[in-house]
Design a protein around this ligand. Structure first.
Ligand SMILES: Nc1ncnc2c1ncn2[C@@H]1O[C@H](COP(=O)(O)OP(=O)(O)OP(=O)(O)O)[C@@H](O)[C@H]1O
Ligand SMILES: [Mg+2]
Length: 205
């Protein structure tokens, strides 16, 4: 922990930044089992927002582990540190008025709540989206072949098989990906953003 550090304020307030850039920053936090559809929905949502001229940027699990979090594994402490760093990075993007979209399993409720708290303290909206599909459905999908490997004991600490997943109790948006299409799932999130006033309806393409 560093000591002798002092926060240096900028000369543009958050409100002024938003008004100058005509955009509100926030974080859309996808959580769910592997293959529940987080990346699929996040990618489609990012595309929809960008085509509407809304600056948005996706932070996706594996991608971040290639770089920023390449030194972290999948044990409980590393998972927590993984989410802590992502929360901080998402917050920076949101503060920069970008719509930050994260797609991480983020299995622990406490870690997601910390991410939420961090945003709350910064006065930035945090939208938790539960990409939800039953275990038997995601095992059937298995686009990366990970469930097969986990069940064969080739991957340790795999969420849903040999590591826990703590489902959100009150997510802002609940997308049942075994019941709605990708496009419908994206529209559920967009509708929430518009209803909350985070996104102007007339901005949408
Ligand atoms: N309604 C839907 N929404 C999202 N994905 C769907 C839906 N229906 C089917 N799928 C399929 O489910 C799979 C979801 O995979 P995806 O990579 O998005 O999952 P993920 O949650 O990001 O997993 P991981 O945690 O391993 O990265 C894809 O093959 C996608 O095509
Ligand atoms: Mg993914």
């Amino acid at each position: 922990m560093a000591s002798n550090i002092t926060w240096h304020d900028g000369s543009v307030s958050s409100e002024e930044r938003q008004s100058l850039l005509k955009q509100k920053g926030l974080t859309i936090w996808f959580t769910g089992l592997s293959a529940s559809g987080k990346s699929t929905l996040a990618t489609a949502l990012e595309q929809t927002l960008l085509h509407s001229g809304v600056s948005s940027y996706r932070l996706d699990g594996d991608n971040i582990r290639f770089g920023l979090n390449k030194n972290l594994g999948f044990g409980p402490d590393d998972r927590t540190e993984n989410i802590r760093r992502i929360s901080e990075v998402a917050k920076l993007f949101a503060d920069a008025t970008v719509v930050a979209i994260t797609a991480f399993i983020s299995p622990y409720r406490a870690d997601r709540d910390s991410a939420r708290q961090l945003h709350k303290e910064a006065g930035l909206p945090f939208v938790e989206v539960f990409a939800d599909a039953p275990l038997d459905v995601v095992e059937q999908r298995d686009p990366k072949g990970l469930y097969k490997k986990a069940k064969a004991g080739e991957i340790k600490e795999f969420t849903g098989i040999s590591a826990p997943y703590e489902a959100p109790e009150a997510p802002e948006v609940h997308v049942k990906t075994d019941q709605v299409s990708v496009e419908e799932g994206v529209q559920q999130v967009i509708k929430y953003l518009v209803d909350q006033g985070y996104l102007a309806a007339d901005r949408l393409a």
